[in-house]
Design a binder for this molecule. Structure first.
Ligand SMILES: [Mn+2]
Length: 318
């Protein structure tokens, strides 16, 4: 931590990066650090290969797109992920950075950084960014606090996921003291739904099939369904109503973003390690929540997913 703080203090210009299909933790962490560094009169650019989901517009993230600025920066920081793959089209630019920093809480993908502030037990990257900012000569304001709160509330599933700990609540308590509109943020992240949500639910139920004695659910949205519900699909919380169903352990969400190009997300209920599954599909993440990607024929993909999930579930069969 001291080393990363030294880097943040010492250098003048920074490019921040987060993962594809960004969530509130990725965007909130990045935006909070940007706001803090700006207050220290640093130059900061932020990059994300993907759109800010409509539901997260309240974070007021302004993504940069001009890649020529990246090489001009002293330091590049990868946040809420730790591999070039996860940064998507910006990976090649990150790879050329003079100084590479990682701030993250995911399982390692073995990419070499110069400095790391990583805690794989931390429930969110926002918790880590908050600890860093507290050690910088910056007065935290309501915008910084809002972005950090959104990140930690989102990654803990509003303080419900198993990784949620005392520190999550302590940090939330401290951040709420900065007087952002807590009620509004919670409503937007955990309650508000677009008007076509009923049709989205119907579509999810129609497109969910169960395998392996109900232990595995697979939800598939083809590119037409994705187009229809794009903004809802991009918010992983939209599928949370399928979590925790007794007898089910793994849920795989397959979204065909473009014809033949799929993003995959994996969720576990209690014991399966879906990060191991995601690694077989160019991805990674956490034990209970991971992501990956695939291309090609759907039927082949489906049978590969089923067999990889079976392999993981078999580890726990007596
Ligand atoms: Mn995260």
């Amino acid at each position: 931590m001291e080393e990363v703080i030294e880097v943040l203090n010492k250098y003048k210009s920074f490019a921040l990066f987060c993962h594809l299909s960004p969530d509130a933790d990725a965007l909130g962490s990045m935006n909070a650090l940007r706001l803090a560094l700006k207050k220290m009169d640093k130059k900061v650019y932020i990059y994300c290969d993907g759109k800010v989901p409509k539901v997260l517009s309240f974070l007021k993230v302004q993504l940069d797109t001009k890649v020529s600025n990246i090489a001009k920066c002293d330091v590049c920081i990868m946040m809420d992920c730790n591999s070039l793959d996860r940064v998507g089209k910006y990976g090649q630019y990150f790879d050329k950075a003079q100084i590479k920093v990682n701030i993250d809480h995911h399982q390692s993908m073995n990419y070499q950084f110069d400095y790391e502030y990583v805690n794989r037990q931390s429930p969110s990257t926002a918790d880590l960014v908050y600890e860093l900012i507290k050690n910088l000569d910056v007065k935290i304001n309501s915008d910084i606090a809002l972005n950090l709160y959104a990140g930690l509330a989102s990654d803990t599933g509003c303080f419900q996921h198993p990784g949620t700990n005392q520190l999550s609540h302590k940090h939330a308590y401290e951040l709420i003291n900065y007087n952002f509109d807590l009620r509004d943020v919670n409503y937007k992240m955990f309650k508000e739904k677009p008007s076509n949500y009923l049709y989205f639910y119907k579509s999810v139920l129609r497109n969910t099939k169960s395998y392996l004695n109900e232990k595995l659910y697979i939800i598939f949205f083809n590119h037409r369904a994705y187009k229809r519900f794009e903004h809802i699909c991009d918010n992983s919380a939209s599928f949370q109503f399928l979590d925790g169903i007794d007898g089910n352990e793994i849920r795989v969400k397959i979204i065909e973003k473009q014809k033949g190009f799929y993003t995959l997300s994996f969720r576990a209920n209690k014991y399966a390690n879906v990060c191991e599954i995601a690694k077989k599909f160019d991805g990674g993440g956490h034990k209970m929540a991971s992501g990956g990607k695939a291309t090609g024929n759907y039927k082949e993909l489906l049978s590969k997913i089923i067999s990889v999930c079976k392999e993981e579930l078999d580890k726990y069969e007596k």
